[in-house]
Design a protein around this ligand. Sequence first.
Ligand code: SF4
Length: 316
Amino acid sequence: MRCSSDEILEVAKKLKQIARSCRLCPRECGVDRTDDERGYCGAGLLPSVSSIVKHFGEEPPLVGNRGAGTIFFSYCNLRCVYCQNHQISRGVIGEECSIQRLASEMISLQAQGALNIEPVSPTHQVHAFIEALELGLSKGLDLPIVYNCGGYESLDVVKLLDGIVDIYLPDLKYADNNAAAKYSDCPDYVEHARTAIVEMYSQVGDLKLDSDGNAVRGLMIRHLVLPNDISGSIDTLHWIKANLSVNVTISLMAQYSPQYEARRFNELNRRINRAEYDRAVDLCWELGFENVFIQDFQSQDLGLPDFSEDEPFRWG
Ligand code: SF4
């Protein structure tokens, strides 16, 4: 059951307090975001938004036939060298957005028939998102909230989202901090991501679908398979089984291609091959996972979003 309006307002206040000496993510920069100071992620007080669009490219239960109501935030608390959204994660594209406008955009997505509200990379803007969400709810917003994040989350912040977020959609990018440090500038990724995901799972449990097959609550973990097992797929799948459950919904992604700065790294400078992907897929079945979305291997050919366009996703 969702928190009351007063409870969400209280959470928004607590998050703003955390942003005052910013600990919204495990970087804990300590800058005063409420005074528009910038830390590692580069984000200021008001959210910077690069695209608000109904998006059909997510996993089927997040899209249905209505589309996910995605809100793409600019900036990021990770620096993945292969980031396919680098136009926005580095803040090159994005427009400052007031809390009132953000709330109106959510209402507008609902009016357009979106299946849910899905903030993408909300971690560093979560204080503003929750404030806007409360305003949207007071004006009739009534859609599931899908928290689509990179996994590098503050446990304290995730705890505050209990009863507000309906569906958690975190990445679990690595099983080894050396890889996380080298390719995402994040030497403590693994412990923070895993701890946060355990908390998310305790809040929302396994993915639940309505009678139309649309997700209404639960956890879905995304794992992008990287070349040469840089993403630690084998360890990651074993960890999920040992620490969560084989009922957890996993989205195994094949779409990696060497973009942005990835070409500087020989070991990342190619797509994954079929054998690498099949190894991860086969392990899912061997370990007994039943709820796995297997991305089509050909999705490597989809191309990249272009956030300078009104419709960044030309393929859907
Ligand atoms: S959200 Fe940004 S400013 Fe705040 S701790 Fe994380 S990286 Fe630093």
